[in-house]
Write a protein that binds this ligand. Structure first.
Ligand SMILES: [Zn+2]
Length: 513
């Protein structure tokens, strides 16, 4: 789905409002209140689809006093010196005189009162003398100074390498060491809050990831052909840490356990039904970094198909596959503007590419139309229409400020930063043409208007050749079914990879900046 600059704010707002998030299945499984001293269950009651805690339970666990003032029609909760006033008819609470909202009003059952689980994070936590942290995904309430980082892992096979990326939040000191047939990641923490640790398909160097023998450790079960590993840390914008562990497989000739010389990963074997890798083509000399932008994310789900397929999920899935494919076959560094279901502002997406001196920027989207018959992929590059005459002035040599990650602007030259794309329009046009031709050649169904110009917000700030690919229409039944499946996603990846090579070979200036 596209957001054009002129009405970007309005459209974005409308999109957000019209998105009905999938109803999170309310569960009656208890939460666990965790402190350094103990773990205690906190029962959950589901009332009209909302998870609620009994005020009596909260009072017992957090030393609260609850008083019902029937005359005034209010519930007063005292926590230390703090007073919270709840009104039984309203999804609101007054916390030390400040109004906060709740998803639903408190409900009564007999003599017991129930409040939505968010009461803990919105009303109780802010004024509490000790820390109270509600973690909905893991159904935990952390109290006091317990250190319990959330950890989630992701696995990418990259030829003879298997890359394990572990996201840790908040940042926590850690070590990685080999102990027999396992790698142990040990955190300086009291315990871990494990998120997704699944290994979708075991590789020759990695079989499984699971909690270790002590509460502070994660264990990576190594595969039969594991030879060596390398671990490195990256900071992530949200304040956590990302641990990247590369597991290298033995080469055929090397005896087991022998140290491996550093070598580029050979091309990944083609997936079933996929065409063979482009072994006969020269590597794209000059291309060093490519940024792939998975459109939308977080609360912004983008377009939605009738079967419930969400644009934000399709774009992320194709982005991850394309990254793996480019890295394995071209040996080019690939960065994703998001590698999870998080919201990323449009300007920050271009900023990531600018900050990393990317040579190409590819924004992935899936389209929506009020007419269900409209189908097919489309490739866009920047149009300067709508920017007014001054914006269309050539910008050679004129200073310019570019947005940088973490906010702020770095002045490089003088024209507005959002004109960064101006000087690249001719190259972007060639890049878009190459992409469109490659998609067509790989049999990706194309729309009647397969190549178009539009003033997309995400493209204007990119200081390199940039295209936006709408991979199909989620509002078309056939397109939706295809886009949700592995076959079409792999075909798109193959076509986009072809397009990059095609652009590289036909554009004399590509990659020589
Ligand atoms: Zn979109």
């Amino acid at each position: 789905m596209k957001v054009r600059v002129q009405a970007a704010a309005l459209i974005a707002a409308a999109c957000c409002l019209s998105i009905v998030l999938p109803a999170q299945q309310p569960s009656s499984a208890p939460y666990t209140v965790v402190s350094r001293e103990a773990r205690r269950p906190l029962p959950v009651r589901v009332v009209s689809g909302q998870e609620m805690f009994a005020l009596d339970d909260l009072a017992r666990l957090f030393n609260l006093t609850v008083r019902e003032d029937t005359a005034a029609g209010a519930l007063t909760v005292t926590a230390g010196t703090q007073t919270i006033v709840l009104s039984p008819q309203q999804p609101l609470a007054s916390v030390a005189g400040r109004m906060i909202s709740l998803p639903v009003a408190p409900v009564r059952d007999g003599r017991a009162w129930f409040v939505p689980v968010d009461f803990v994070s919105r009303a109780l936590a802010p004024g509490s003398a000790t820390r109270i942290e509600l973690r909905k995904p893991s159904r935990l309430v952390l109290t006091g100074d317990i250190r319990m980082p959330r950890v989630a892992a992701r696995v990418e096979p990259l030829g003879s390498l298997t890359r394990v990326t572990i996201d840790v939040a908040p940042s926590t000191p850690h070590t990685v060491s080999q102990e027999g047939s396992r790698l142990i990641v040990r955190f300086d923490a009291d315990a871990l809050d494990p998120g997704d640790l699944r290994v979708p398909a075991p590789t020759e160097t990695l079989q499984a990831i699971r909690p270790g023998d002590t509460p502070q450790t994660l264990a990576l079960d190594l595969g039969p052909r594991f030879a060596s590993f390398r671990a490195a840390d990256q900071a992530v914008p949200a304040g956590g840490t990302r641990i990247v562990i590369d597991l290298q497989a033995q080469t055929e000739a090397a005896p087991p356990g022998a140290p491996q010389p550093q070598q580029p990963a050979p091309p990944a074997p083609p997936a079933p039904g996929e065409t063979p890798p482009l072994l006969d083509l020269p590597p794209p000399g000059g291309l060093r970094t490519i940024v792939i932008d998975a459109g939308h994310g977080g609360d912004d789900a983008g377009a939605r198909g009738a079967q419930g397929t969400l644009e934000k999920n399709v774009t992320l899935s194709v982005a991850r596959r394309l990254k793996g494919s480019i890295e394995a076959r071209l040996g080019v560094r690939v960065l994703l503007t998001r590698d999870g279901d998080g919201a990323v502002p449009a300007d920050q997406r271009a900023a990531l590419a600018n900050n990393n001196k990317a040579d190409l920027f590819i924004s992935l989207h899936a389209n929506a139309s009020v007419r269900p018959g409209v189908a097919g992929a489309e490739v866009f590059y920047l149009s300067l229409e709508g920017y007014g005459a001054p914006a269309q002035r050539p910008t050679q040599g004129s200073p310019e400020a570019l947005p940088v990650v973490g906010g702020g602007v770095r002045t490089i030259e003088i024209t507005p930063w959002e004109m960064a794309q101006t000087r690249h329009v001719p190259e972007s046009t060639a890049f878009a043409r190459a992409m469109e031709a490659a998609l067509r050649e790989r049999g990706v169904p194309m729309s009647a208007r397969a190549l178009q110009q539009a003033p997309f917000r995400v493209l204007v700030g990119a200081n390199m050749p940039a295209v936006l690919v709408e991979m199909g229409f989620l509002t078309n039944a056939q397109d939706e079914q295809r886009l949700a499946g592995d076959g079409q996603q792999n075909a798109l990846v193959q076509a986009l990879l072809d397009g990059i090579l095609r652009y590289r070979s036909t554009s004399p200036s590509a990659g020589t900046r």
